[in-house]
Design a protein around this ligand. Structure first.
Ligand code: 13P
Ligand code: SF4
Length: 344
């Protein structure tokens, strides 16, 4: 590509990314970094057209992916909706494996490629389908609700799935007062507390998983930071502990936090979730200030421009996401039930 065209891409990237601070990002987006990224971005955009591909990126991946090559960025619910609507032949899903699996379930005839070098998730990996089958035997009267952060094989064993953005609404609407929620014990406790606040009586049992990012926030540190920053608005993810949730102004998915910031007159926020959200808001709302403390998800951050280029150019068999047909049918029913309850 001509030097002029590459300079234009470097300018575009620098214009979008210069405001991202080093404390919320794995790298600094100075002009030199944007120049180094420009040829990769140019090549990915070219291949995207040639292969008729759509690139979906979770907000937690690197800002250069979100700002440079993604067609859509969002939370797990929004991305699964986008995945169900795409007409492309190929979906490149910059995120973790369970999200790419969800896209494959919704698009069985399309190629779904995962560029992450480590697509695990500490929640999704905390429970197996065999363990769920055992739990079902032990609790035959319970409706089994799984968080979307589970493998397709686990979803295939469950009745309905939820995302962080609709967990309270969907569980409230399930016509049973006996729920087994898996795999996140912290989200399960937030679910109990929220339903109690709404006056909804349900027994909610949980398994013992947690997210390595969200379980690490310290409520006492939050008290201290609030004291030091009067007027601070605290937004947290429902994967955080109940002590964090009860100290927060807003508890919601990454997309719900983003919407709150967009509509708020306040200018100082603390986001208790993965750093990618703070980086995205710094790009999109340069007038707002973000007080530490965010944490990085090592799995989401294993996505890169190089990985996206690799899967578009020459995908290895392990980059392509597949789900066995018998698992796919049952897992898809679990996801469709969520759409029905969330949108009905
Ligand atoms: P969201 O659905 O809010 O994007 O959350 C996904 C996730 O993995 C949170 O850790
Ligand atoms: Fe999984 Fe936590 Fe990473 Fe989200 S932030 S993908 S729940 S490990």
């Amino acid at each position: 590509m001509e030097k002029e065209a590459l300079d234009a891409i470097a300018d575009e990237l620098y214009g979008k990314l210069a405001g991202v601070s080093a404390s919320v990002s794995p790298c600094l987006y100075d002009r030199a970094a944007c120049e180094r990224m420009a040829p990769l971005v140019a090549r990915i955009r070219e291949l995207k057209r040639e292969r008729n591909a759509t690139i979906l990126a979770h907000t937690y991946t690197g800002s250069e992916i979100v700002a440079g090559v993604a067609d859509f960025t969002g939370d797990s619910y929004m991305l699964s909706k986008r995945a169900s609507e795409t007409e492309s032949d190929v979906i490149v899903f910059a995120a973790v494996r369970f999200m790419a699996e969800t896209a494959k379930l919704l698009n069985p005839t399309k190629r779904v490629l995962l560029p992450a070098t480590d697509g695990r998730c500490s929640l999704a990996d905390s429970i197996t389908a065999e363990q769920v089958a055992e739990l079902r035997k032990a609790h035959p009267d319970h409706v089994f609700v799984c968080y979307i952060n589970t493998t397709a094989a686990v979803k295939a064993q469950c009745d309905v799935c939820v995302t962080s953005g609709n967990v309270f609404k969907v569980v409230e609407r399930i016509p049973s007062d006996k729920i087994f929620f898996l795999p996140d014990r912290l989200m399960g406790q937030n679910l109990r507390n929220e339903l109690a606040k709404r006056g909804v009586k349900k027994e909610i049992l949980t398994s013992d998983g947690a997210c390595h990012v969200h379980e690490s926030y310290d409520p006492e540190l939050l008290d201290f930071l609030r004291m030091r920053n009067p007027g601070l608005k605290v937004l947290s993810h429902p994967e955080c502990s109940e002590e964090i949730a009860e100290r927060s102004d807003v508890v919601g998915s990454t997309e719900q936090m983003l919407r709150y910031i967009a509509g708020s007159c306040d200018d100082r926020f603390m986001l208790l979730t993965e750093c990618g959200l703070a980086a995205r808001v710094q790009c999109e709302y340069p007038g707002k200030t973000f007080v530490g403390s965010c944490q990085m998800c090592r799995y989401m951050k294993s996505n890169s421009l190089e990985g996206i280029l690799r899967v578009l150019e020459n995908p290895a068999p392990g980059d392509e996401v597949t789900v066995p047909a018998d698992v796919a049918e049952r897992a898809l029913a679990c996801i469709r039930k969520m759409f029905e309850l969330a949108e009905g």
